[in-house]
Write a protein that binds this ligand. Structure first.
Ligand SMILES: O=C(CO)COP(=O)(O)O
Length: 244
């Protein structure tokens, strides 16, 4: 059986207790979408357990935004994969460009985190993507291949891994690649990963552009930032994926 399409919301460092109401609204849209679409919300770590609890009985998954490569130890401020599981997470975003930028994470660090996530039974959502300078230099496909081979360990399957293509220059900018550029990148990624792994596009996905992105070859869903914070914005994106 092929896995359902997946739309994931990355709340980044946004979301307080008061915003659980938005998660409930998103769960309503997820229930209406049924089994054809998996919906996942990745709130800040502080909101994981309350969100998982609020969504009990719904078909909306909850995930983390990062985890440490170790399962416990002297790592002040860090959260392990096992702790995410305790909080109710089923997935974890790893290698996001904001972590690479703000925390100097390299591909080897990310590969270790993927292993840690797998060992706790979490689905790893591995983010890769080129900077604008890399695209301008014509090295996009080389960068994607390098990031994949260095940060995705042996053992990836459709059950334990999702890849998110997030061009760094498209994140939070309102700029998106053309359909031709997404097609080219996703075809290249598809050729590098085991069959059946879901490929998400991320970067300035909105209710307005979602349908065109979801109609693109090898796009199995999206990783959405800003437009996942409010049910009124995320719901049409969920619907667009269901109807794709
Ligand atoms: O980084 C992203 C998701 O992980 C994308 O963010 P935006 O949708 O806000 O551009």
């Amino acid at each position: 059986m092929t896995a359902p399409k997946l739309v994931a919301g990355n709340w980044k460092m946004n979301g307080r207790m008061v915003h659980l109401e938005e998660a409930l609204g998103i769960a309503t849209a997820s229930a209406a979408a049924g089994d054809e679409v998996d919906v996942l919300l990745c709130p800040p770590a502080t909101l994981l357990a309350p969100m998982a609890s609020a969504l009990t009985g719904s078909n909306t998954f909850v995930g983390g935004q990062d985890c440490h490569a170790n399962q416990s130890g002297a790592h002040t401020g860090e959260v392990s994969a096992a702790m995410l599981v305790d909080a109710g997470a089923s997935h974890v975003i790893l290698g996001h460009s904001e972590r690479r930028r703000d925390h100097h994470e390299g591909s080897a660090d990310i590969a270790a985190k993927v292993q840690a996530a797998w060992s706790e039974g979490l689905v790893a959502i591995l983010c890769i993507g080129e900077t604008e300078a890399e695209r301008d230099a014509g090295s996009t496909l080389t960068v994607l291949a390098e990031q994949l081979s260095a940060s995705l360990p042996e053992g990836a399957t459709p059950e334990n891994t999702v890849i998110a293509y997030e061009p760094v220059w498209a994140i939070g900018t309102g700029r998106t690649p053309s359909v031709a550029q997404i097609t080219e990148a996703h075809a290249a990624i598809r050729a590098h990963v085991p069959a059946g792994i879901r490929l998400l596009y991320g970067g300035s996905v909105t209710p307005q552009n979602a349908a065109a992105i979801f109609a693109t070859d090898n796009v199995d869903g999206a990783l959405v930032g800003g437009a996942s914070l409010k049910a009124e914005d995320f719901t049409p994106i969920i619907d667009a994926l269901k109807n794709a």
